[in-house]
Write a protein that binds this ligand. Structure first.
Ligand SMILES: Cc1cc2nc3c(=O)[nH]c(=O)nc-3n(C[C@H](O)[C@H](O)[C@H](O)COP(=O)(O)O)c2cc1C
Length: 261
């Protein structure tokens, strides 16, 4: 693998100016997002959820391969069946919308090809070529990084051995080597989108509950999801009821978690 793919400085003649941000308002969004266990009767307009999911799609994601899907459950019937699969949690039962956030492990190859063709299309209009390093990234690096595992990971031990042998002598990536690590890869990125969604809902005046307390098998069947679809979390959306937040936000002392090197 050529190091140039990572180190080449691309001259793209593109500038994007960072806008000014009201930090106080930003902080208010962060600190007022709470896990709401009981939602009130107030409806949440569809536009709020639509906007929030669109904000989810803007989350940073691995190699821009967007290995996610968001299943917006708003019909009463499906919502109440899904709430049952969330162990009947009040936060699920009282939510006006449920968003099932799915990490996908079978779209990276297709999306790698789409990245090249999409960039070619955009650049063609400007009379520009897609930089070689970018093409090489999506045609060589991503298949090497996320592929070569074979069906059911049968080739994974060989992939692991290959990269770890090279890794004795040079800097090399170490994951994902096994299908379970590819799942983690997709969950990581999808969880970032989940946070964007939750903050967006809060910024629009409503609330959320992230849930991993659910029967994944039943939930997947209900939504027709397949074996390459992994539910990262289910988000309940609504307006917090008066006692819907169960207590002040609590975290262990920050010194325990912030390590400076
Ligand atoms: C991935 C994930 C799964 C969670 N699952 C549940 C859940 O099933 N039920 C629940 O009541 N809270 C759930 N929570 C909420 C956490 O308990 C909550 O975030 C934590 O207690 C901190 O509270 P805060 O979100 O109000 O700051 C989950 C949170 C995350 C990030």
């Amino acid at each position: 693998m050529s190091d140039d793919i990572f180190t080449e400085k691309l001259e793209l003649n593109y500038t994007e100016v960072a806008p000014e941000i009201n930090f106080e308002e930003f902080e208010k969004v962060i600190t007022s997002r709470r896990s709401v266990r009981v939602f009130g009767d107030e409806e949440v307009p569809d536009e709020v959820v639509q906007k929030a999911i669109e904000h989810g799609l803007l989350a940073p994601n691995s190699s821009n391969l967007q290995p996610w899907e968001f299943h917006w459950v708003k019909s009463d019937d499906t919502r109440s069946r899904l709430a049952k699969f969330c162990f009947g949690q009040n936060g699920a039962k009282t939510a006006k919308h449920l968003i099932v956030c799915v990490a996908k492990t079978d779209t990276w190859r297709k999306n790698s090809k789409r990245m090249i063709s999409s960039l070619e299309e955009v650049n063609k209009k400007k009379g520009l070529e897609v930089p070689k390093a970018v093409k090489a990234y999506y045609s060589k690096v991503t298949p090497m990084a996320y592929g070569y595992m074979g069906p059911f990971g049968i080739l994974s031990p060989f992939k692991w051995l290959f990269f770890n042998t090279i890794g004795l002598f040079q800097v090399i990536f170490r994951e994902p080597m096994f299908p379970s690590e590819l799942k983690t890869w997709a969950h990581k990125t999808t969880a970032l989108a989940c946070e964007n969604i939750m903050l967006s809902v809060r910024a629009q005046g409503y609330d959320t509950l992230p849930m991993e307390g659910f029967d994944a098998k039943r939930a997947k069947k209900l939504l027709g999801l397949g074996c390459h679809d992994h539910i990262t979390m289910i988000l309940g959306v609504g307006k917090r009821s008066e006692n819907g937040v169960y207590g002040p936000q609590f975290r262990f002392p920050k010194e325990e978690f912030i390590k400076k090197h």
